[in-house]
Ligand binder design. Sequence first.
Ligand code: NAD
Length: 254
Amino acid sequence: MTVIVSELEEARTLLREAIDQANKIVAFTGAGLSTECGVPDFRSKNSPWLRYKPIEFDLFMSDVLMREEAWRRKFALDDIYGRAEPGRGHYALANLIASGKMAAIVTQNIDNLQQMSGVAEEHIIELHGNGTYATCVKCGLRYELNEIRRAFDATGAAPDCPACGGPIKAATVSFGQPMPEEPMRRALAVTADCDLFLAIGSSLVVYPAASFPSLARQHGARLVILNGEQTPLDDVADLVLRGDIGDILQPFAS
Ligand code: NAD
């Protein structure tokens, strides 16, 4: 039976107990973890990410005008949200990783804030990529955004890879783009192997990412969902903590 708690101190106490009883924790994070850092989530009201129809991967690849539009949008949003700093939730998870209790953070986020909180790359599994750099879609070569931006501002042309001629794209997973194989494989492995799965700040509606909480439960882990609103997986969870992520995780952040 699912226990649902919305009182702050009780939520903190029950989370502390769940963490104390666990040995191998996996956090699964979504855009709600970063809203207190000033980065809006995807589905909440007035979402800047839904202002324009997303450019699907096939369209990006086939139409140079769409590639130019994708880069215009990317840099416009980076100007507003690109300077965010990690928040209490990121630091709480960083401390749990440092304590040895948390094995991995599987994230749908693309904002690099978990890395900025001091967590080593080996503990972070990015399911939807990372928006703070770019790669060539064809050969995989990495490019830094500042060099791409300089050229884009000067010419307005979508960048192509000097090495192979392939299109350069922000290193995020677009709608219609296949999920990255290695992160998916690692995420499945840590999910199947944990004893406490903490789903934090996700509406849990984006698949295949949202299948991980149920998978953890099927493999015998305890499932705790921490989110401000109801999710479709609340009924599957052992414990639902409903409230502000930063507030609930604050005691773990320092
Ligand atoms: P979502 O927007 O669908 O869901 C976020 C959830 O977090 C919502 O249920 C919302 O009510 C909750 N929430 C927001 N702030 C909260 C807070 N302070 N305390 C408690 N709850 C809070 O996000 P999703 O499930 O991660 O899916 C969105 C997709 O969009 C992902 O694929 C992600 O890659 C992408 N995205 C990423 C970022 C980022 O990297 N920061 C931002 C927007 C979108």
